[in-house]
Design a binder for this molecule. Structure first.
Ligand SMILES: *Cc1c(COP(=O)(O)O)cnc(C)c1O
Length: 391
């Protein structure tokens, strides 16, 4: 018995319920794959890749073993190497920085804006003659300000690789996360909006040559059994994981809508408290999602900002509510052993001491949402922290 499942009144996510909702479909797929012994680069992987290409509008999707490897292979395939600098943010998963480091390059970290994403106004000050690429990270399911980022990249002849690990299904001006740069890197880790039963990921690209390079890099550089054309890696998405993802993918649109709905309920229920709510998109319904819709966020996390981070975490634990501080309360910028260069971390350092990710998952009931909202109200009430919105 996993006590994680029974301990929380409102867990941060609920993978058990998600499994039970598709139990028969998933188990029969697992059984079929095991009976066939079809484990490596078999039809379920190809089917998943086709579905992802059509979902994102990218020409190619290539299944990989993790979001981390999607980043590593993208940085390598882009030709980033020793001595190069790559501009990204501190406020991300460490894998974004690690991918740059493993290519022999230096991550140059810039500050974030109010929406937790890369502040595009900070990019140009960080550009040097060694800058080769920019990696915007679409954090919490919200696409970065790609108009400005692409304009700067174009002006300075820089490659753009997107860390879209948290943004599958998110849009910016009618275009899917991951399709703005040369490659979009995604993760299907169980904590992501579309998660498999272990590690997994993929990369999307419109470039035929790059797609071919990803296929070689993920599979030991093998063009065929007889022909090895470069030193590659072992970075394939397992066929079994792909089969599970194919089953789950059918529910993704409804899951993402539910996430947006939960976010809306949180934002309405918490509006009168002295906490900062996450940014809102223009709330275009999915049917009208198009060029006129500036942003369509998918809330991989719902992040509030509070002056009482640690106290609120403890209070919510006492009410059986699980939360996370993603990524904090210390920054990667201040991690002593990680090689990097910094460019103004004021907002990043302030933000990590305030952020708190509330439970959000498609299986969450309206009752659970209300429990979280009222617990946060209670915390403010008991501590004399209530305040009217316009004070
Ligand atoms: C999860 C995540 C990664 C790493 O993905 P894995 O599949 O766990 O390797 C990279 N970047 C961001 C922003 C992530 O959230």
């Amino acid at each position: 018995m996993n006590n994680q499942i029974t301990k929380w009144t409102v867990p941060y996510i609920d993978l058990n319920t998600q499994f039970l909702n598709q139990e028969q479909e998933i188990l029969s797929e697992i059984k079929r794959i095991l009976e066939e012994g079809a484990f490596i680069l078999r039809p379920a992987v190809a089917e998943f890749e086709e579905s992802i290409a059509s979902l994102t509008g990218a020409k190619h999707a290539i299944g990989l073993n993790s979001g981390t490897d999607a980043l590593i292979l993208s940085v390598l395939a882009a030709g980033v190497g020793p001595g190069d600098e790559v501009i990204t943010v501190s406020h991300t998963h460490v894998a974004t920085l690690a991918a740059v480091h493993h290519a022999g390059a230096i991550p140059v970290l810039i500050d974030i804006g109010e929406d937790f994403n890369m502040d595009p106004d900070e990019i140009e000050a960080a550009i040097t003659s060694r800058t080769k690429a920019i990696i915007p990270v679409h954090l919490n399911g919200r696409v970065c300000d790609m108009d400005v980022i692409l304009e700067i990249a174009d002006k300075h002849d820089l490659i753009v690789i997107e860390d879209s690990a948290q943004a599958l299904g998110a849009y910016y001006r009618g275009k899917a996360a991951g399709t703005f740069g040369i490659a979009g890197c995604f993760s299907t880790h169980p904590m992501k909006n579309l998660g498999c039963a272990g590690d997994g990921g993929f990369v999307v690209t419109d470039d035929d040559d790059l797609a071919e390079r990803f296929r070689l890099l993920r599979n030991h550089g093998q063009k065929s059994r007889q022909e090895i054309v470069l030193y590659g890696y072992s970075s394939r998405l397992d066929n079994l994981q792909a089969a599970i993802l194919n089953v789950k993918l059918k529910r993704l649109p409804q899951w993402l809508e539910r996430r947006r709905d939960i976010a809306k309920q949180y934002s309405a229920g918490l509006a009168d408290l002295p906490i900062k709510l996450p940014p809102r998109d223009n709330e275009a319904p999915i049917a009208t999602r198009g060029a006129e819709a500036m942003r369509h966020d998918v809330f991989s996390s719902y992040v509030i900002q509070t002056e009482h981070q640690a106290e609120l975490v403890d209070y919510l634990v006492s009410k059986g509510i699980e939360t996370f501080v993603h990524f904090g309360p210390t920054t990667l910028a201040d991690a002593p052993n990680l090689q990097k260069r910094l460019h103004g971390m004021t907002r990043t350092r302030e933000t990590v001491t305030r952020i708190l990710s509330l439970p959000i998952y498609p299986e969450m009931t309206d009752e659970q949402i209300q429990l979280v909202i009222s617990a946060i109200h209670q915390f403010h009430h008991e501590n004399g922290l209530e305040r009217h919105r316009d004070v």
